[in-house]
Write a protein that binds this ligand. Structure first.
Ligand code: KG4
Ligand code: ZN
Length: 362
């Protein structure tokens, strides 16, 4: 018989946010009892990107305090927690080690199960923190480290149908922002500037756009921006026009590739139900992308679901939720589980970065 109320403490430390959360499941509903997030933006903004060593140190400086804060916010004691879950990959090794060691130590000391969670599974399931959703559905995950379309067939049954062959989408936003001397993280800055500029001012390439698949390439786009930046004075007007042109180009790419992914999904999944597409990860916060994707809804008879921004960016709640799903299925991990900096959600998906795109062959 399954336990009536399940509570898991989830730890996230794979990139530049340290987060600890307690999530409860009762009567088939999830409730976030606490979700403490400490961003490291102030540490990394000087460098225009995440510095792995500094990230790991910052996680280790604060993780114990966040665990205690998560407990007190939830008005909870360790006694009432059933298991400890921690992101064990993919991500930056130093940060993963901090979260995994903290999780294992707690689990051992408290004599509770330890659950190693794939960060991407956290993003894939994050929508359940706020609403019910039936399997299967399509996931578009767009973050600083990942860009992929994955069919969430069922729990623990994932098929990736497209990804990037070079930079992640968030990385493209961050690198472009750096070229334009905008702040870090770049995504929100570009979005702000884009709203004030002329999107037709610069014509940027759309790599792989004519290939009828769900694969992306963003590296050439960044080089094109770099070339234009080199030939212009970086005035406020220039920044606005370039941001607007970049945002419009990204919108077109995401729109077209999502259309392709929907076609592929429909061929692979024979379901009579309306297709639901969950857009998760930090870049899913981008309103312009959201508006652009929504235009596909009528035509494709589908619905886009966006988790709240606090659950789009990295958070412990999605890790606790994935922990609950695993707890219910007795999927526990031994205390010798090693963090996995590379850990695809779809076990059969091959590592694509650095591969050359050959039409039709991915
Ligand atoms: O999911 P996330 O918080 O961390 C990773 O797992 O990577 O995503 C961070 C990424 C950064 O690249 C950031 O620039 C991007 O999400 N991002 C955005 C926006 N907000 C955050 N990109 C575009 N528009 C936004 N509004
Ligand atoms: Zn993430």
């Amino acid at each position: 018989m399954t336990k009536k109320i399940i509570r898991v403490l989830g730890i996230e430390s794979s990139c530049d946010e340290t987060s600890v959360s307690i999530v409860e499941k009762s009567n088939n509903k999830f409730r976030v009892l606490s979700n403490v997030v400490k961003s490291q933006i102030d540490i990394h903004k000087f460098y225009g990107g995440v510095v792995p060593e500094l990230a790991a140190r910052a996680h280790s400086d604060i993780i114990d305090k966040l665990v205690l804060k998560a407990l007190s916010d939830a008005k909870m004691t360790f006694k009432k927690i059933d298991a400890i879950s921690a992101t064990a990959g993919p991500g930056l090794l130093g940060g993963l080690l901090v979260g995994v060691v903290a999780g294992k130590t707690l689990a051992h000391y408290l004599n509770k199960p330890f659950i190693a969670v794939n960060h991407l599974e956290g993003h894939a399931l994050s929508i359940k923190l706020e609403r019910e959703i039936e399997y299967p559905y399509l996931l578009l995950l767009v973050s600083g480290g990942h860009t992929e379309y994955t069919i969430i067939k069922n729990f623990n049954n994932y098929k990736r149908i497209g990804t990037t062959i070079d930079d992640a989408l968030g990385e493209a936003f961050d690198k472009t922002a750096r070229l334009l001397k905008l702040g870090y993280p770049g995504g929100p800055e570009i979005e702000k500037y884009a709203a004030l500029g002329n999107e037709k001012k610069f014509k940027l390439p759309m790599p792989l756009i004519h290939e009828k698949n769900a694969y992306f390439s963003f590296a050439g786009l960044k080089s094109a921006v770099a070339n234009i930046v080199a030939k212009n004075r970086c005035t406020e007007k220039f920044k606005k026009d370039m941001s607007a042109s970049f945002q419009a180009t990204i919108n077109k790419i995401i729109f077209t590739k999502t259309q392709n992914a929907i076609n592929e999904y429909k061929q692979l999944v024979k379901s009579k139900k309306n297709l639901k597409i969950v857009v998760a990860g930090g870049v899913a916060a981008n309103k312009s992308i959201r508006i652009s994707l929504k235009q596909l809804e009528k035509r494709e008879n589908c619905e886009f679901l966006f988790p709240s921004i606090k659950y789009c960016t990295d958070n412990g709640a999605m890790i606790a939720l994935a922990g609950i799903e695993r707890f219910e299925r007795n999927k526990f991990n031994k205390l010798n589980f090693k963090p996995r900096p590379r850990w695809p959600l779809d076990k059969n998906a091959i590592f694509m970065k650095g591969k050359r795109a050959v039409e039709g062959k991915y």
